[in-house]
Design a protein around this ligand. Structure first.
Ligand code: PEP
Ligand code: MN
Length: 348
């Protein structure tokens, strides 16, 4: 459990928050001392002076501390002040040049580093940043999922979670600790608890939550910070689930349901293969009649009819349309390769 204010604002605020969080057995105290701000003119952090406050909190309340670093100079200063863990912000992870500079600055240091996901949904870029620190010899590296930004956000999110991205990272790197930051995902203190629960249900290993003694007065990210008391309530209500169980009857039910699922999946794949064979036949006809592979009218009809059928089964239209986008795309690709053959024949 990692918690602390978005920014280290004053010595008093840092010490007051650290004290309250140490009492809640938070394992790592966070605060931003250099703040990447979206627009100029906002509070950009207290810099080196605030590192001193973090070091003081560490000493007084016997709690390890972490700050965000974005420049080699930040790393040098943070290490000088005995900061235990460094984190790389989402706006830094996007830049491989900068990440490499930071990794080089850590070479030969037994550092612990947490890498936030890049702001765009690119699992390779996230994995790449993690690898740069590993290759520089970092002793411990963890990943933080803080959601992804975009031109428009689904209602209720500041940064959309896009769970398949962290799930894919975990598939590639099962041993990597995966931490969720529900504060930056929701941007809204009333939803931090439910997002924290979701992370637990998605098999995350830990949480990073922004906490401020008086959130409404915070100098950055006021809307998403919770009080220490609110954090206490969130943690008390959190249900932590397991990946495995010894419960035999539960295990047998799961095994039975999974067998059914396996055979349904086999059928789905067989059906898709048959559907693609039909696509190629359609391609032949289109070739003979000199028709385009993609026909907007037909695609509109697919979206409508499949969407309606999905809704009859209480499946969401968005889900089915997204699935059909993939299926239709593959179908068009097959048809294009049939049409392509015509061109080769003409050339011959
Ligand atoms: C933060 O944790 O306060 C922060 C700036 O996060 P991110 O890099 O996820 O925007
Ligand atoms: Mn913040």
């Amino acid at each position: 459990m990692i918690a602390g204010p978005c920014s280290a604002e004053t010595r008093e605020q840092v010490l007051e928050t650290a004290k309250a969080l140490a009492e809640l057995n938070v394992q790592l105290f966070r605060a931003g001392v250099w703040k990447p701000r979206t627009r100029p003119g906002s509070f950009e952090g207290n810099g080196v002076e605030a590192l001193g406050w973090m070091a003081e909190a560490r000493q007084q309340y016997d709690i390890p501390v972490t700050v965000e670093v974005a420049e080699p100079a930040h790393i040098e200063q943070a290490l000088k002040h005995g900061i235990d863990v460094l984190w790389i912000g989402a706006r830094t992870t996007v830049n491989p040049f900068q990440v490499q500079r930071l990794a080089d600055a850590l070479r030969g240091v037994d550092a612990a580093v947490m890498v936030k996901n890049p702001v765009n949904t690119d699992v390779d870029l996230w994995q790449g940043a993690i690898e740069r620190f590993e290759q520089a010899g970092a002793k411990e590296v963890a990943a933080i999922h803080r959601g992804f930004s975009g031109y428009s956000q689904a209602p209720g999110y500041r940064n959309q979670p896009n769970w398949p991205i962290p799930i894919e990272l975990k598939r590639r790197r099962p041993e990597l600790a995966l931490i969720c930051d529900p504060s930056h995902i929701t941007g809204n203190r009333s939803r931090v608890g439910e997002m924290a629960q979701k992370a637990m249900d998605m098999h995350f290993d830990g949480l990073m939550i922004e906490v401020h003694p008086r959130p409404d007065e915070a100098w950055s990210d006021a809307a998403q910070q919770v009080t220490p008391q609110q954090l206490k309530n969130i943690l008390e209500n959190l249900v932590v689930r397991e990946e495995y169980t010894q419960d035999m009857s539960g295990l047998m039910q799961l095994e039975y349901l999974r067998q059914l699922m396996d055979s349904l999946d086999a059928e789905i794949i067989d059906l898709l293969a048959r559907r693609m064979e039909l696509s190629e036949q359609v391609g032949e006809v289109k070739k003979a009649c000199n028709l385009t592979a993609f026909q907007p009218g037909r695609w509109r009809e697919i979206v409508e009819t499949r969407g309606e059928r999905a809704q009859e089964h209480f499946l969401s239209k968005e889900f089915i349309v997204e699935l059909y986008e993939k299926i239709h795309h593959e179908s068009i690709r097959r048809q294009l390769s049939v049409l392509e053959e015509t061109r080769k024949e003409i050339k011959k």
